[in-house]
Structure formats: structure tokens, C-alpha cells
Design a protein around this ligand. Sequence first.
Ligand code: SAM
Length: 233
Amino acid sequence: MIPGDSFRHDGQPPALTEDERRLVADFTRLYYRHWHHDSRGGSGSVSIGWLGWLAQKCPTDLWTCQEIMVETRPDIIIETGTCLGGSGLFMAHLCDMLGQGQVISVDITRNEGLPEHPRLTYITGDSAAPGVVAEVKARIPAGARVMVILDSDHRAPHVTAELAAYAELVTQGCYLIVEDGVVNGNPVLPEYGPGPLEALHEFVAANPHFVIDRSRQRFLLTMSPDGFLRRVA
Ligand SMILES: C[S@@+](CC[C@H](N)C(=O)[O-])C[C@H]1O[C@@H](n2cnc3c(N)ncnc32)[C@H](O)[C@@H]1O
């Protein structure tokens, strides 16, 4: 399948009234409450099926991921948080259609029966452990365009450690996606404690190489508010 060129991504999220903002937050809470699984240290997301494989993602976020991949054409996609492999497989299939790209997916637990695909490689271990980071780095060919998606343990200290380890691997023009910033009252699970959103805000404030691309939130429903970071330098 040859990707087309009739679609140009230009959409900033619409300017919302206060009432509309409340509506989006209410719907996000409703969505999360109905499809939410385990809330700490791992899943904390919603589940959908991709070709019969469970993916813990919101459909609008997967669509955004697809648009980003088509526009930026990464050679390597690093995903922390494999779970049951659905999101990794989704991206591997997109790579098939784009004719380029490999997915490296890291999880502290290797679940049974993960999907197999020639463009999808699994690494087992703590995504922030130096040995695991070194193993990931060793799989990146020189000159590759790299995209990173952080979707493992969502507690802020772990996300901060992942940002320290993986952000530098992202190539200019490509994306670093920090998933599940909705927790800690943004607007779900107010009791969660500091999570991805708090970690990424601190990271962006200190790191001029990345900007928050809010145009990636134009569908309004996202589990990753402010989580689409573009490397600009
Ligand atoms: C939200 S799920 C990943 C969902 C998956 N990306 C998807 O969309 O289907 C989070 C995963 O992170 C893993 N995890 C938790 N702590 C981790 C860590 N320190 N290092 C790597 N993976 C971790 C859990 O085992 C769990 O499978």
C-alpha cells in the first residue's frame, strides 16, 4: 500500500469555551472509568482490539500515532510497555504499509503469547535499567530516524528516568510520546500522585530540544495530554 498525500496535518485543537472544556474533561473521565483497568505501576489505560490483539490505547491516540508515523517515517520505534503486544503490532503493521520501520518493545514482564511479527522485537527488563537501555541502543543502526513511546510504569520518577534514558535517542523532527498523562487529576484518578504529565512538564521546561505539539490533540479525546513532544533541535 502506497501512502497518499491528500491529507495535510494542519489542525490545531479548536479553541474551546469553558463549557466545552468541561465537556471534554467529563467525557474523558467517563471514557476512562468505563474502560479503565489496573491504575498503578503499569496498565492504567483503556483497552481496544487491533486485529484481535488487545491494545491498551484510546483509538484517537492510535490514530494520532499513525499520522505521526506517516509524516515522520521513523526507522526505529522504541516502545516501553509491551503489555500484550497490541500497540507494538499496530505499529509493526503500519511499518509494513509504509515499507520501513522496526519496533523495539520493552517490558519488565514477558507475557505469554505475544504477537509475532518480523518488524517487532521484544526486550524483557526494567526499561530504566542501564543494561536494558544499552540493549535498545545496540539495536539502533547509525543514522536511523528514531521515535520513542513511553508507556510503562506511569509514576513520575520512572517516567523521569525513562526520559533521561531515551529522549536523546529521538531524532530531530521525530516524536517522543509520553502516554497516560491523564492520571493525577488530568482529569482522571486525582489520587494517583505525580505521573507522566508532571514528569514531562519538568522535562520540557529544562529541555529546549523538545516542544509540546498540541496540534496532536485535535481529536480532543486523548489519554496523553501534552504528551506528544516533537524534537526540534
Ligand atoms: C500500559 S501497559 C502497556 C500497554 C501497551 N503499550 C499497549 O498499548 O497495549 C504498561 C506495561 O508496562 C510494564 N511495566 C511496568 N513497569 C515497567 C518497567 N519498570 N519497565 C518496563 N515495563 C514496565 C507493565 O508490565 C505493563 O505491561
